[in-house]
Design a protein around this ligand. Sequence first.
Ligand SMILES: [Mg+2]
Length: 272
Amino acid sequence: MKLKPVIFTDLDGTLLDLETYSYERALPSIEYLRSQEVPIIFCSAKTRAEQEVYRKELQINDPFIVENGGAVFISQGYFPFDFEYHKAKDSYQVIELGIPYHRIREILVQIRDDTGVNFRGFGDMSAEEVASLTNLDLGAAQRAKAKEYDETLNLQGIPDEINRVLNAIRKMGLNYTSGSRYCDVTGPNDKGKATRILIDLFNRKSGQIKTIAIGDSPNDLPMLSAVDIPVLVQKPGGTWEEIDIPHLHRVEGIGPEGWARAVEEIIEQGMA
Ligand SMILES: [Mg+2]
Protein backbone atom coordinates (compact mmCIF):
# COMPACT_ATOMS: atom_id res chain seq x y z
CA MET A 1 0.00 0.00 0.00
CA LYS A 2 1.27 3.46 -0.84
CA LEU A 3 1.85 5.54 2.26
CA LYS A 4 0.31 8.98 2.38
CA PRO A 5 2.92 11.73 2.83
CA VAL A 6 2.51 14.47 5.44
CA ILE A 7 5.03 17.32 5.39
CA PHE A 8 6.11 19.35 8.40
CA THR A 9 8.10 22.45 7.61
CA ASP A 10 10.00 25.21 9.32
CA LEU A 11 9.44 28.68 7.81
CA ASP A 12 12.35 31.14 8.37
CA GLY A 13 15.38 30.03 6.36
CA THR A 14 13.55 26.94 5.12
CA LEU A 15 10.32 27.60 3.19
CA LEU A 16 11.02 31.34 3.43
CA ASP A 17 14.23 33.01 2.34
CA LEU A 18 16.11 34.15 5.43
CA GLU A 19 16.60 37.72 4.19
CA THR A 20 13.59 38.45 1.97
CA TYR A 21 11.01 36.07 3.50
CA SER A 22 10.10 35.03 -0.06
CA TYR A 23 8.71 31.56 -0.82
CA GLU A 24 8.76 32.21 -4.58
CA ARG A 25 11.29 29.45 -5.37
CA ALA A 26 9.13 26.87 -3.62
CA LEU A 27 5.80 27.93 -5.09
CA PRO A 28 5.57 25.33 -7.88
CA SER A 29 6.30 22.60 -5.32
CA ILE A 30 3.61 23.90 -3.00
CA GLU A 31 1.13 23.93 -5.87
CA TYR A 32 2.10 20.38 -6.76
CA LEU A 33 1.59 19.22 -3.16
CA ARG A 34 -1.78 20.96 -2.98
CA SER A 35 -2.85 19.20 -6.18
CA GLN A 36 -1.87 15.89 -4.58
CA GLU A 37 -3.64 16.82 -1.33
CA VAL A 38 -0.45 16.39 0.68
CA PRO A 39 -0.82 18.20 4.01
CA ILE A 40 1.74 20.98 4.60
CA ILE A 41 2.13 21.64 8.31
CA PHE A 42 3.93 24.86 9.24
CA CYS A 43 6.08 24.26 12.32
CA SER A 44 7.77 27.53 13.12
CA ALA A 45 8.83 30.01 15.77
CA LYS A 46 6.47 32.44 14.06
CA THR A 47 3.25 33.53 15.76
CA ARG A 48 -0.26 32.54 14.76
CA ALA A 49 -0.86 36.01 13.28
CA GLU A 50 2.26 35.70 11.11
CA GLN A 51 1.53 32.17 9.94
CA GLU A 52 -2.07 33.01 9.06
CA VAL A 53 -0.83 35.44 6.41
CA TYR A 54 1.25 32.74 4.69
CA ARG A 55 -1.53 30.16 5.04
CA LYS A 56 -3.93 32.49 3.28
CA GLU A 57 -1.49 33.44 0.53
CA LEU A 58 -0.61 29.80 -0.13
CA GLN A 59 -4.17 28.51 0.37
CA ILE A 60 -3.09 26.04 3.01
CA ASN A 61 -5.76 24.92 5.46
CA ASP A 62 -3.81 22.22 7.27
CA PRO A 63 -3.04 22.37 11.01
CA PHE A 64 -0.08 24.51 12.06
CA ILE A 65 2.35 24.69 14.96
CA VAL A 66 3.18 28.12 16.35
CA GLU A 67 5.99 29.58 18.45
CA ASN A 68 8.32 26.58 18.58
CA GLY A 69 5.63 24.10 19.54
CA GLY A 70 3.80 26.40 21.97
CA ALA A 71 0.49 25.35 20.48
CA VAL A 72 -1.10 23.41 17.63
CA PHE A 73 -3.93 25.16 15.77
CA ILE A 74 -6.40 22.95 13.92
CA SER A 75 -9.28 24.28 11.82
CA GLN A 76 -12.62 23.13 13.23
CA GLY A 77 -13.69 19.87 11.56
CA TYR A 78 -10.29 19.16 9.94
CA PHE A 79 -10.07 15.85 11.76
CA PRO A 80 -13.42 14.04 11.41
CA PHE A 81 -13.35 12.56 14.92
CA ASP A 82 -13.22 13.75 18.53
CA PHE A 83 -9.84 14.43 20.06
CA GLU A 84 -8.58 16.23 23.14
CA TYR A 85 -7.81 19.92 22.89
CA HIS A 86 -7.53 22.74 25.41
CA LYS A 87 -9.67 25.47 23.94
CA ALA A 88 -11.63 26.60 20.93
CA LYS A 89 -10.46 29.95 19.63
CA ASP A 90 -11.83 31.72 16.56
CA SER A 91 -12.32 28.87 14.08
CA TYR A 92 -9.63 26.66 15.63
CA GLN A 93 -9.29 23.81 18.05
CA VAL A 94 -6.13 24.61 20.02
CA ILE A 95 -3.81 22.14 21.71
CA GLU A 96 -1.56 24.08 24.07
CA LEU A 97 1.90 22.82 25.05
CA GLY A 98 3.55 26.05 26.11
CA ILE A 99 3.05 28.51 28.94
CA PRO A 100 1.44 31.92 28.50
CA TYR A 101 3.54 34.73 27.09
CA HIS A 102 2.90 37.09 30.01
CA ARG A 103 4.35 34.47 32.40
CA ILE A 104 7.51 34.09 30.27
CA ARG A 105 7.87 37.88 30.27
CA GLU A 106 7.60 38.04 34.06
CA ILE A 107 10.36 35.47 34.46
CA LEU A 108 12.62 37.24 31.94
CA VAL A 109 12.22 40.58 33.74
CA GLN A 110 13.23 38.80 36.93
CA ILE A 111 16.29 37.32 35.21
CA ARG A 112 17.26 40.74 33.89
CA ASP A 113 17.16 42.11 37.43
CA ASP A 114 19.04 39.13 38.91
CA THR A 115 21.84 39.00 36.32
CA GLY A 116 22.14 42.72 35.69
CA VAL A 117 22.41 41.95 31.95
CA ASN A 118 20.24 44.33 30.00
CA PHE A 119 19.04 41.99 27.23
CA ARG A 120 15.94 42.84 25.23
CA GLY A 121 13.06 40.88 23.78
CA PHE A 122 10.31 41.73 21.32
CA GLY A 123 8.14 42.67 24.30
CA ASP A 124 10.59 45.46 25.16
CA MET A 125 10.57 46.84 21.64
CA SER A 126 8.17 48.95 19.63
CA ALA A 127 6.83 47.52 16.37
CA GLU A 128 9.09 50.00 14.55
CA GLU A 129 12.14 48.63 16.35
CA VAL A 130 11.20 45.02 15.60
CA ALA A 131 10.66 46.02 11.97
CA SER A 132 14.12 47.54 11.62
CA LEU A 133 15.78 44.65 13.45
CA THR A 134 14.08 41.93 11.42
CA ASN A 135 13.72 43.57 8.02
CA LEU A 136 9.94 43.08 8.29
CA ASP A 137 7.45 45.76 7.30
CA LEU A 138 5.50 47.40 10.11
CA GLY A 139 2.39 45.22 9.78
CA ALA A 140 4.51 42.07 9.80
CA ALA A 141 6.45 43.35 12.81
CA GLN A 142 3.17 43.85 14.68
CA ARG A 143 2.20 40.27 13.87
CA ALA A 144 5.64 39.09 15.06
CA LYS A 145 4.98 40.85 18.38
CA ALA A 146 1.59 39.13 18.79
CA LYS A 147 3.13 36.41 20.90
CA GLU A 148 1.16 33.85 22.89
CA TYR A 149 3.71 31.23 24.05
CA ASP A 150 7.27 32.34 23.33
CA GLU A 151 9.56 35.36 23.65
CA THR A 152 12.24 36.24 21.13
CA LEU A 153 15.44 37.76 22.48
CA ASN A 154 17.99 39.73 20.58
CA LEU A 155 20.78 38.34 22.71
CA GLN A 156 24.01 39.99 21.72
CA GLY A 157 27.02 41.01 23.69
CA ILE A 158 29.71 39.53 25.87
CA PRO A 159 29.69 35.68 25.79
CA ASP A 160 29.99 35.51 29.59
CA GLU A 161 26.88 37.68 30.01
CA ILE A 162 24.97 35.66 27.44
CA ASN A 163 25.90 32.45 29.26
CA ARG A 164 24.71 33.88 32.57
CA VAL A 165 21.36 34.77 31.02
CA LEU A 166 20.96 31.37 29.34
CA ASN A 167 21.86 29.54 32.58
CA ALA A 168 19.31 31.63 34.48
CA ILE A 169 16.64 30.82 31.87
CA ARG A 170 17.25 27.09 32.39
CA LYS A 171 17.35 27.49 36.18
CA MET A 172 13.94 29.15 36.12
CA GLY A 173 12.51 26.14 34.30
CA LEU A 174 12.29 27.68 30.85
CA ASN A 175 13.89 26.45 27.64
CA TYR A 176 15.62 28.31 24.86
CA THR A 177 16.40 27.43 21.29
CA SER A 178 18.47 29.08 18.64
CA GLY A 179 16.60 29.61 15.42
CA SER A 180 17.95 31.01 12.22
CA ARG A 181 18.61 34.37 13.82
CA TYR A 182 17.44 34.86 17.40
CA CYS A 183 17.11 33.10 20.72
CA ASP A 184 13.58 31.98 21.51
CA VAL A 185 12.55 31.41 25.11
CA THR A 186 9.72 28.98 25.72
CA GLY A 187 8.08 26.77 28.31
CA PRO A 188 8.52 22.98 28.20
CA ASN A 189 7.34 22.78 24.58
CA ASP A 190 9.40 22.08 21.48
CA LYS A 191 8.65 21.47 17.83
CA GLY A 192 8.95 17.70 18.26
CA LYS A 193 6.23 17.30 20.90
CA ALA A 194 3.77 19.24 18.76
CA THR A 195 4.80 17.31 15.65
CA ARG A 196 4.20 13.97 17.38
CA ILE A 197 0.71 15.02 18.48
CA LEU A 198 -0.22 15.80 14.89
CA ILE A 199 1.38 12.59 13.60
CA ASP A 200 -0.94 10.65 15.94
CA LEU A 201 -3.97 12.56 14.66
CA PHE A 202 -3.00 12.02 11.01
CA ASN A 203 -2.48 8.33 11.74
CA ARG A 204 -6.02 8.17 13.09
CA LYS A 205 -7.34 10.05 10.07
CA SER A 206 -5.48 8.38 7.23
CA GLY A 207 -4.06 5.13 8.52
CA GLN A 208 -0.64 4.59 7.00
CA ILE A 209 1.28 7.83 6.60
CA LYS A 210 4.86 8.72 5.77
CA THR A 211 6.09 11.78 7.64
CA ILE A 212 8.64 14.22 6.26
CA ALA A 213 10.09 17.30 7.98
CA ILE A 214 12.16 20.07 6.45
CA GLY A 215 14.28 22.48 8.50
CA ASP A 216 17.51 24.46 8.62
CA SER A 217 18.47 25.11 12.28
CA PRO A 218 19.05 23.55 15.72
CA ASN A 219 15.50 24.43 16.82
CA ASP A 220 14.27 22.07 14.09
CA LEU A 221 16.06 19.06 15.59
CA PRO A 222 13.08 17.83 17.71
CA MET A 223 10.80 18.10 14.66
CA LEU A 224 13.31 16.33 12.41
CA SER A 225 13.76 13.55 14.99
CA ALA A 226 10.00 12.93 15.12
CA VAL A 227 9.49 11.98 11.45
CA ASP A 228 10.31 9.19 9.00
CA ILE A 229 12.26 11.37 6.57
CA PRO A 230 14.14 14.35 8.09
CA VAL A 231 15.48 16.89 5.60
CA LEU A 232 17.94 19.77 6.02
CA VAL A 233 18.15 22.60 3.51
CA GLN A 234 21.29 24.66 3.17
CA LYS A 235 21.90 27.88 5.06
CA PRO A 236 23.16 31.06 3.38
CA GLY A 237 26.69 30.31 2.24
CA GLY A 238 25.70 26.82 1.14
CA THR A 239 26.45 24.90 4.33
CA TRP A 240 24.22 22.64 6.38
CA GLU A 241 23.61 23.02 10.08
CA GLU A 242 25.65 20.45 12.01
CA ILE A 243 22.89 18.05 12.93
CA ASP A 244 23.46 14.31 13.07
CA ILE A 245 20.41 12.08 13.21
CA PRO A 246 19.70 8.79 11.43
CA HIS A 247 18.46 8.94 7.82
CA LEU A 248 19.00 12.71 7.58
CA HIS A 249 18.77 14.00 4.01
CA ARG A 250 20.88 17.04 3.25
CA VAL A 251 19.49 18.63 0.11
CA GLU A 252 21.35 21.06 -2.11
CA GLY A 253 19.83 24.51 -2.21
CA ILE A 254 19.51 27.37 0.26
CA GLY A 255 16.15 27.86 1.98
CA PRO A 256 13.16 27.66 -0.41
CA GLU A 257 15.32 26.39 -3.25
CA GLY A 258 16.34 23.40 -1.14
CA TRP A 259 12.71 23.02 -0.08
CA ALA A 260 11.64 22.66 -3.70
CA ARG A 261 14.39 20.13 -4.34
CA ALA A 262 13.39 18.11 -1.29
CA VAL A 263 9.81 17.85 -2.55
CA GLU A 264 11.04 16.87 -5.98
CA GLU A 265 13.42 14.19 -4.71
CA ILE A 266 11.22 12.76 -1.99
CA ILE A 267 7.62 13.14 -3.18
CA GLU A 268 7.65 13.55 -6.94
CA GLN A 269 10.24 10.83 -7.50
CA GLY A 270 8.35 8.51 -5.24
CA MET A 271 10.56 8.04 -2.18
CA ALA A 272 7.43 8.68 -0.15
MG1 LIG B 1 14.63 28.25 10.44
